[in-house]
Ligand binder design. Structure first.
Ligand SMILES: *Cc1c(COP(=O)(O)O)cnc(C)c1O
Length: 439
């Protein structure tokens, strides 16, 4: 019998994991909160286990030598479309693939990739996209490690950057992109919204319009990438407003229990393929155990974020009436006539649960408040089931130069709070006694 050709093989060999894609029932498109329980997983491929097992294996057995070759063609990019088989755990794995299928659901994205941390997601993405001599345009401020990566690490390889403030007008945004274009190849436009700790929102639609106008005659347009960790995937879906790629620290709301570190990237398959190839090379994929924990977390994502959002609204409404409080920087309190409120109405479906609390006084008052908290914990990070409070000037933003701190309103009286899913009146009682103890 003649050997089947490669083409015949790829037609006759079924996909290793036929995806049980029940995306609608009776003409009704199922919501993400429903799909989180089963999408992308076929129990019959795992002895009928209701939940996916954790596949702790470094490598996978091929059904034939030809299949092994075909899988490698997918993994190495020799054949477009990525791997259609499991090969080696640096490239892919069942838990990671199910996680990626479910991550893409929230934003109706074509594809998703999971990573060992938010920073490894961002670093892998940048390594895949930038070349020596390129310019990166970004909104400011960015997560401190992202600023370090762009400024200090990529800078060593001849990559420069230009930034605009998160709340910039369409004209200011266009000016900076145009100045970058005059400097060199613009590799990407990287955004973070809302900015930490100012909560300033970036006008993604204005960035897209400027990019379309300024690159109308070019064969290549820089992708718009956005870090959506603070409001995504529930309260903000930037792919709808002109972003091409969305990145996440899944450590925060997606993981949601302060017990894992992971990252994600979602977007069109053609944009994610080079990032996947870079991940295959350097091994920044999430591990099976963490991927499994994220599957569990995603089942309650909407419940958790909804409750945390409601709690934050209640706590912030109370905080802003207290005599020890100078101001509450919460997205629910934007002046309706402001440009920020206009961006909020166009881009956001909720105000989130992370906000800035400016106390009357300075470091002494802020520290007294933080040290007196009994329910809320004194720790950095956000998006977990528990309420956390920290002091940006003395902690996350300690290394930011004084000038820049001033410009970003990172003063000594600023406390950053991430509200969890506790009873909201218990949280108010805790904040009340902590405010009273300032003296
Ligand atoms: C935490 C965070 C990151 C980094 O994510 P890790 O999972 O800690 O690597 C990036 N961006 C934002 C906005 C974050 O809050």
């Amino acid at each position: 019998m003649p050997k089947p050709t490669e083409a015949e093989l790829s037609v006759t060999t079924p996909r290793r994991r036929p995806k049980p894609e029940v995306l609608e029932v009776g003409g009704r498109r199922l919501k993400p909160s429903t799909l989180m329980m089963g999408h992308g997983y076929d129990p019959m491929l795992s002895e009928g286990a209701l939940k996916p097992p954790i596949f702790l294996t470094s490598t996978f057995v091929f059904e034939s030598a030809a299949a092994g070759k075909r899988h490698f063609e997918g993994v190495t990019g020799k054949r477009a479309g990525g791997a259609d088989g499991l090969v080696y755990s640096r490239f892919n794995g069942p838990d990671q693939e199910i996680l990626e299928d479910r991550l893409s659901i929230w934003e109706d994205a074509e594809d998703a990739l999971s990573f060992s941390s938010g920073m490894s997601a961002i670093a892998t993405l940048m390594l895949a996209i930038v070349r020596s001599g390129d310019v990166i345009v970004h909104s400011a401020p960015l997560y401190a490690a992202t600023e370090t990566l762009i400024g200090r690490i990529l800078g060593r390889f001849g990559i420069s950057w230009l930034d605009f403030p998160a709340g910039a007008t369409p004209e200011e945004i266009a000016q900076v992109i145009s100045a970058a274009k005059a400097k060199g190849r613009v590799a990407l436009i990287y955004l973070e919204s809302p900015a930490n700790p100012t909560n300033a929102l970036v006008d993604v639609e204005a960035v897209r319009d400027a990019r379309e106008r300024l690159f109308a005659d070019e064969s290549e347009k820089p992708p718009i990438v956005i870090d959506n960790t603070f409001l995504g995937p529930l309260w903000s879906k930037p792919l709808r407003h002109g972003a091409d790629i969305v990145v996440y620290s899944l450590t925060k709301y997606a993981g949601g229990h302060s017990d894992l570190v992971a990252g994600g990237v979602v977007g069109a398959k053609s944009l994610l393929d080079p990032i996947r190839a870079m991940r295959n090379t350097i091994g920044t994929i999430t591990d099976p155990n963490t991927a499994w924990m994220l599957l569990r977390s995603l089942e309650t994502l909407e419940l958790r974020m909804t409750r945390a959002g409601e709690n934050a609204a209640k706590v912030c409404a109370w905080l802003r009436t207290q005599p020890q409080v100078e101001r509450v920087g919460y997205l629910g309190f934007l002046d309706p006539a402001s440009r920020q409120a206009d961006i909020y109405r166009r881009h956001c479906e909720g105000a989130g649960s992370t906000f800035s609390l400016y106390l009357r006084g300075g470091e002494r008052e802020a520290f007294a408040f933080l040290d007196a908290l009994k329910v809320a914990k004194l720790a950095v990070s956000l998006g977990g089931t528990e309420t956390l409070a920290s002091h940006p000037a003395g902690m996350t933003h300690l290394s930011v130069p004084d000038e820049r701190k001033k410009a970003l309103d990172i003063r000594d009286n600023l406390v950053r709070i991430s509200i969890g899913i506790e009873d909201p009146d218990d949280l108010i009682a805790d904040f009340a006694q902590a405010l009273a103890s300032i003296g």
